[in-house]
Design a protein around this ligand. Structure first.
Ligand SMILES: C[S@@+](CC[C@H](N)C(=O)[O-])C[C@H]1O[C@@H](n2cnc3c(N)ncnc32)[C@H](O)[C@@H]1O
Length: 267
């Protein structure tokens, strides 16, 4: 059975509300502030659970040596094709972010748009952090963009679960989760209902309906997982946290809508 991640074109349209160049600016700004590696800043990036690899491709455009990793073959093919079309060098690896082995270390690793929600258990998160640590140079960074826990733990969500994208004659109507999708209080997993309908300029309509399991993580839980993971490999320390794609919004500000963790690989 195919789902939303088997349809990279629809997925990318659904998520086109993001301003990728601005998010890449923020990633590079945070890297400049917190990078502790040998040279002035990061020269290589590994995007995990990369999907279409928008951020890896944007960073490749800015001169970083970029690698994208995803478990889904269709996403990997799409990322590779997009990079080739734009004349960008991008290595793409089909692998599981919980346990992977690449022949290189990177200055910067990133996981965008809450893709760590696909780590469903503490064991998954620990094994993921240990694998990432092995692939980040000493002083290098791992930046995780997570959903702000207020979306799950408070009565007022800080993000919207329904939106419309209009671009180049294409209209995409998206519903991704929402108040009717209950969290399992034991596992912290929400089986999020996803419905995307795209109307192209020629009038054709395509829809995808899916249920995507999503585990939310708090900073406290990730901190505990970092400690557990560092017992098996060199660890990470949380160097900074941010509540938005800028340097000023704090995670506990009322307007914060993301939980962004900047982890630094211990020397
Ligand atoms: C919400 S999408 C995000 C894609 C991308 N990070 C972005 O910003 O658009 C989540 C991605 O995680 C991938 N994924 C899920 N479980 C994974 C795993 N265990 N290892 C690697 N990738 C995984 C899916 O195939 C999908 O492409």
């Amino acid at each position: 059975m195919s789902g939303i991640y088997d349809d990279p074109e629809l997925y990318q349209l659904a998520c086109a509300y993001r301003d990728i160049p601005t998010e890449a600016d923020a990633l590079l700004d945070w890297a400049g502030r917190h990078y502790g590696g040998a040279q002035a800043g990061p020269r290589s990036v590994l995007e995990l659970a990369a999907g279409p690899a928008d951020h890896a491709r944007e960073l490749a455009r800015r001169g970083l040596s970029a690698t994208a990793l995803d478990i889904n073959a269709a996403m990997c093919a799409w990322a590779l094709d997009r990079a080739a079309r734009d004349g960008l060098a991008l290595d793409v690896v089909e692998a599981d972010m919980r346990d992977f082995k690449l022949p290189a270390q990177f200055d910067l690793a990133i996981t965008m748009l809450n893709s760590a929600c696909h780590l469903f258990t503490l064991d998954d998160m620990v094994s993921h952090l240990a694998a990432v640590a092995e692939h980040v140079v000493a002083g290098g960074l791992y930046i995780m963009e997570l959903t702000h826990p207020a979306d799950y733990l408070s009565s007022a969500s800080r993000t919207s679960s329904e939106w419309t994208i209009e671009a180049d004659g294409v209209t995409a109507q998206v519903r991704w989760g929402g108040p009717l999708d209950a969290i399992d209080p034991v596992t912290q997993i929400t089986r999020e209902s996803v419905h995307i309908s795209v109307r192209k300029a020629d009038g054709t309509i395509r829809t995808v309906t899916d249920v995507v399991p999503n585990r939310f993580w708090t900073a406290t839980e990730v901190t505990a997982a970092i400690k557990l993971a560092s017992a098996s490999s060199g660890g990470f320390t949380i160097a900074a946290t941010y509540g938005d794609f800028d340097a000023t919004t704090k995670v506990d500000d009322p307007e914060a809508w993301r939980l962004i963790l900047v982890l630094r690989r211990d020397a």
